[in-house]
Ligand binder design. Structure first.
Ligand code: AMP
Length: 454
């Protein structure tokens, strides 16, 4: 199967060919014909599956094949497609893809999110915009100020709709939908199915085609998952140690809180490991700067909270670290989905202290996989350490069995094994990880792209 057999125009095929895409991914094979046929779509696909192109390519095809003159009441050409995303970073990334894929078409796109000057966006809206990629909050600011007109939207895309619902955007989404014409095509993409998605889809979609590419909540086979058991106060030293011993040159580290992210950046700095954080309290320019540096290979460690890192596409990211385990087990799947993309191998390491055993058990239940503990020499836990409630405001009870890990399923392999520090480990595909070849560094650099340059 090739892109041309899917019915896309030559201009679009030329653009994707130049990007090095030789054949469509499974979600693209299914979604492109469905969208081209004009039907609504309910699609389950995680970041890394090629989902952005799966809606952008047919969207571009549809808009470019009908460019008859249209105008709004004030004589301006109207916005014809609206793509809503949960985060600013994802909006910037999606709009960059729209520009890349639409390089040979006469269509204009714009990205819109909060945290940056609104007046510049107003000026941009005064010119010709066909495709608007936006986060809901800032779009509603423009609606309120009467600076955006959504009355001629032909296609609505909700990207990562499940995350938008988790972030409490449902009312915003409903307000936006109320401003759109009744007659339109709706495409709803989610990573994890839930009752809330079902409800949203039922109210929004008209006899949708349904597609789901990867089994839900499945972790990629190309990601080697490791769980290191560690004292709660020694996580930082263990992380610094893993980074140094393994010569990790590009590591995405997840913390649960913004405060935790900032503190870790400072602590790694004290260890002379260069790190920056992205989270909701950082200015947009600081976030863009950190991300750009990281993607370009000029920043060793990026520390992120779940929301800030959602949907980020970083090619060939070799290491993801869960400094804290997430409270929501699905977030574990999303976090480690940042590595091992498109068949490349990667390593996801979780640093787990006694307070988090119940979170690990929830994750194992979700992914239907046992993740055996490993202990790095010198960093194991004392058998006397008692669990504390994790301070998430929800009052998790410490496990009643006095710091022992709860068992959910029979371990497939020995539950604990000790590893020597810095030992290279075999990863999927027979490659060795834990060493830094300059060739692999160069290749990672070559394949990285930057975002948000507009
Ligand atoms: P996404 O799931 O949209 O975040 O895409 C993940 C990555 O896959 C992006 O870096 C895309 O550039 C890349 N990609 C998308 N479609 C293809 C394809 N057909 N062949 C190769 N790479 C692709």
């Amino acid at each position: 199967m090739s892109f041309s057999t899917l019915g896309l125009s030559n201009e679009i095929i030329r653009a994707v060919t130049e990007l090095g895409y030789t054949k469509p991914t499974p979600i693209q094979m299914q979604a492109i014909p469905a969208v081209l046929s004009g039907s609504d779509l309910l699609a389950g696909a995680q970041t890394g599956t090629g989902k952005t192109a799966s809606f952008t390519l047919p969207l571009l095809h549809r808009l470019s094949s009908d460019q008859s003159l249209r105008s709004t009441a004030n004589g301006r050409s109207p916005i014809r497609a609206l793509i809503l995303t949960p985060t600013r970073e994802l909006a910037a990334q999606v709009e960059e893809s729209v520009r890349d894929y639409g390089k040979y078409l006469k269509l204009n796109s714009m990205v819109m999110f909060g945290g940056v000057s609104i007046s510049q966006q107003k000026r941009r809206l005064n010119s010709h915009v066909d495709i608007l990629v936006a986060t809901p909050g800032r779009l509603l600011d423009h609606v309120q100020q009467g600076t955006v007109n959504l009355s001629q939207i032909e296609v609505l895309v909700l990207d990562e709709a499940d995350r938008m619902l988790d972030m409490g955007f449902i009312r915003d989404i409903r307000r936006i939908i109320a401003l759109l014409p009744k007659q339109r095509q709706n495409l709803l993409f989610f990573a994890t199915f839930s009752e809330k998605i079902k409800e949203l889809a039922a109210g929004l979609l008209n006899r949708p085609k349904m597609i789901e590419v990867a089994r839900r909540n499945v972790t990629a086979e190309t990601v080697i998952q490791k769980v290191y058991k560690v004292e709660r106060d020694r996580k930082r030293q263990l992380l610094a140690n893993l980074i140094r011993q393994g010569n990790w040159y590009q590591v995405l580290v997840f913390t649960r809180t913004k405060y935790g992210a900032d503190r870790l950046v400072k602590q790694l700095g004290d260890e002379r490991i260069q790190a920056l954080a992205i989270h909701g309290n950082k200015s947009q320019s600081a976030r863009t700067h950190a991300l750009e540096k990281f993607k370009n290979g000029n920043l060793q460690v990026l520390v992120a909270t779940d929301i800030a890192a959602r949907g980020l596409d970083i090619s060939e990211l070799p290491h993801v670290v869960n400094f804290d385990l997430p409270f929501v087990p699905e977030d574990y799947v999303h976090r480690i989905g940042r590595t091992g993309r498109a068949g490349a191998s990667g390593e996801a390491v979780s640093l787990v202290c006694v307070d988090e055993y119940h979170l690990l058990a929830d994750i194992e239940k979700l992914i239907e996989q046992r993740l055996p503990f490993e202990v790095v020499a010198g960093f194991g836990t004392s058998p006397h350490t008692q669990p504390q409630a994790v301070p998430d405001g929800r009052n998790h009870k410490p496990s009643p069995n006095g710091g022992k890990r709860p068992t959910r399923s029979k371990p497939k392999s020995s539950p604990e094994k000790s590893v020597k520090q810095g030992t290279p480990r075999t990863v999927a595909g027979g490659k060795k990880s834990g060493g830094s070849s300059s060739a692999s560094r160069r290749s990672a650099k070559r394949s990285r792209r930057s975002i948000g340059s507009k």
